[in-house]
Ligand binder design. Structure first.
Ligand SMILES: Cc1ncc(COP(=O)(O)O)c(C=O)c1O
Length: 422
């Protein structure tokens, strides 16, 4: 769909859906500007008002599935409506490229839009990287025991299909840099790929990725990161951390529409990853594929729901307008208050790293006398949404604080857990 069609459709939509909340969201930048100078809590109230999140519930699970703010929802509805005015195959290349420019800016000042492909999420991206790399029987890969099923299943498939050997390290939660030694001790001359979570889904642990990336590169090993939990949840510069491959779902902390995400392949490595599925490119079957489409768009398969990705661009605008460092400071501050409170509750064990530098906006904990299900049920009965953590045999709970939360949510969650502890 073309930009002019979009503008035409938007007018029609505005006439049809002139709801107060839509109007409120119409100019988010202006709302923020007006909120400036009226106090920090007022500023965050304005942002909180951009979410449809069910009243009466305390939503502490952005790490599970994020919520889209109104500017993103409105953009999605507008673009979808316009598409239906005159359905056309393919996508608006100019608008598509503009989304990548916005996304690259979120990922760091030297990230290039050409290093990005838009995909459905981390699971698809992980499959593309792990299945796309050339690995021979006996080649070794290193990952952690705290990975999401998306990484585990992709590696297990390669193990079963190609005889790739999987080696695992248990994340060191006492010493962040201890992870470097754990990984180093697994490296052999057969190690080809180190790939694990930038931020774990289990305990919100941030790894010293820059140091691990250097270790990998010094030994000629590929370094991939599953960033499903990282962008916006922790500030970073994708070029600086040295990842060769990076994948992410933008429907979590980036607040894009469900089933949007991206893969990043560092400049120079495009041909290391063989596309497993074809694309829309007009191919001459007599020529090598790489010659015909030497860009990241070779990973953008088939017909797209372009509205999803154009609205993802709007999500990038949303986080940039607020400021990623500002969002992180706020959310991490609440998480730290929560960690401090947890430490005072008898029978509670913190599962997140001991050093603050490796903690993010998610906290993992468990209780000596309660199962994760008992804690989860108790939280749900008190209208608190959190996530149970069975991975790695943790039997714990994960709590995410984000821009939808207020400091009183920390007390609410702590009080609720305290009641279970007595
Ligand atoms: C670390 C990690 N990797 C991968 C995924 C899979 O993401 P998706 O289901 O959006 O593809 C998740 C989802 O929670 C995750 O936390």
């Amino acid at each position: 769909m073309k930009r002019k069609d979009f503008l035409k459709g938007t007018g029609a939509l505005a006439a049809g859906l002139a709801m107060t909340r839509d109007l409120k969201a119409a100019d988010f930048g202006r709302l923020l500007h007006d909120a400036a100078g009226q106090g920090d809590e007022y500023f965050w109230d304005v942002i909180r008002d951009q979410f449809l999140l069910e009243k009466g519930w305390t939503f502490l699970n952005f790490g599970g599935l994020g919520a889209c703010p109104l500017p993103v929802l409105n953009s999605l509805a507008e673009w979808m409506r316009v598409e239906e005015l005159s359905p056309s195959a393919g996508f608006d290349a100019k608008e598509w490229a503009a989304v990548k420019v916005k996304l690259a800016a979120v990922l760091g000042p030297s990230c290039k839009p050409e290093e990005l492909a838009l995909v459905s999420g981390a699971t698809e991206g992980i499959g593309m990287i792990i299945n796309g790399l050339t690995l021979k029987p006996g080649d070794e890969v290193i990952t952690s025991t705290h990975e999401h099923g998306a990484i585990n299943s992709a590696f297990l498939h390669r193990h079963m299909r190609d005889g790739v050997v999987i080696k695992v390290f248990e994340p060191d939660r006492q010493s962040g840099l201890g992870n470097l030694d754990r990984i180093a001790s697994l490296i052999t001359p057969r190690t080809r790929l180190i790939m694990f979570s930038h931020v774990t889904c289990t305990t919100g642990q941030l790894f010293p990725v820059k140091e691990i990336g250097k270790l990998a590169h010094d030994k000629g090993i590929w370094f991939g990161l599953d960033g499903a939990q990282a962008p916006v949840c922790t500030p970073f510069d994708i070029t600086d951390i040295g990842a060769d491959f990076y994948v992410c779902s933008s429907h979590k902390w980036l607040m894009g529409p469900k089933r949007t995400g991206f893969i990043y392949i560092r400049t120079g490595l495009l041909d290391a990853v063989r596309p497993m599925i074809g694309g829309l490119t007009n191919l001459d079957i007599r020529k090598p594929y790489a010659e015909i489409n030497p860009t990241m768009s070779r990973f953008e398969n088939g017909t797209q729901n372009e509205a999803l990705f154009f609205a993802m661009g709007k999500a990038c605008d949303f986080v940039q307008e607020i400021g990623i460092p500002r969002i992180f400071t706020r959310a991490h501050g609440m998480s730290e208050a929560f960690v401090a409170g947890l430490r005072t509750i008898p029978g509670v064990e913190l599962l997140s790293p001991q050093e603050e530098a490796y903690r993010t906006c998610m906290t993992g904990f468990r209780m000596k006398t309660k199962t994760m299900k008992e804690i989860g049920d108790h939280l749900a009965a008190n209208k608190i949404r959190a996530r149970l953590v069975g991975e790695g045999g943790l039997n714990g709970i994960r709590i995410s604080f984000f821009l939808n939360n207020k400091p009183s949510d920390v007390d609410l969650a702590l009080d609720c857990i305290k009641k279970l502890a007595v």
